[in-house]
Structures are given as C-alpha cells and as structure tokens.
Design a protein around this ligand. Structure first.
Ligand SMILES: [Zn+2]
Length: 115
C-alpha cells in the first residue's frame, strides 16, 4: 500500500538531502556575510522539509497514516482512518454519497461511489 506515494516521498527526500548539502557547501565557502546567512537559512528550511518527509514515511511504515480521499462526487475530504478495511463505506458528510474504499489493480487504495 502507498507504493506510489512512498516512491514520490523518497524522491523528495533525496532532493532535500542534496539541497541541504549544496546550501551547506556554498554557505561555508561564500565570503559575503549576508549571502552566507541566507544560504544557511535555506539549509535550515530544507532540513525541516526532510524531517517532515521522514515523519510521513515513518507513519506509512508503522501504519499510522490516515487513508483519506476527496469525495469523487463533491470533493469533500473523507477519512477512512489508519490501516482501514477494504470495502469500508463512508457516507460523505457533505453530499451524502456512499463512497467505498477498495484496492485497485495496482495494489493501491482507491474509492468509488456505491449506488
Ligand atoms: Zn461528497
């Protein structure tokens, strides 16, 4: 589960790691004090992004990430909870459509309206 999102998050994490290293390298080399401070501030920002991505990956690995989708009829957020059962149906609080959680052919969570 979460195969696609895990791959995207891992790519993002690699991007952030490289950015942290680049800002650090240039930040330590540059002589202009203001530019140096700016680059090291960027580095700090990227480290925050890294922590957020690592936290999300940990939640996926430990099954503590809520499975949520937008209602296919109205766009309202539907939360199925952590590690939900396949076939679980939620009544959209906004439009009252019955929305079923299922596993698609890629092995990922998906939703469809039940009529
Ligand atoms: Zn809805």
């Amino acid at each position: 589960m979460f195969k696609n999102i895990k791959e995207l998050l891992k790519d993002d994490l690699e991007f952030e790691r490289r950015a942290v290293q680049i800002y650090k390298d240039y930040g330590l080399e540059i002589e202009d004090e203001d530019a140096r401070k700016m680059l090291l501030t960027f580095r700090k920002d990227e480290m925050g992004h890294m922590r957020a991505i690592e936290n999300k990956l940990t939640k996926i690995r430990t099954e503590k990430l809520n499975v949520a989708f937008y209602c296919p009829r109205c766009g309202w957020t539907l939360v199925y909870g952590c590690n939900p059962k396949t076939g679980q149906v939620i009544k959209c609080p906004a439009c009252h459509a019955q929305i079923k959680l299922f596993i698609n052919e890629d092995g990922e969570y998906a939703v469809e309206e039940v009529f």
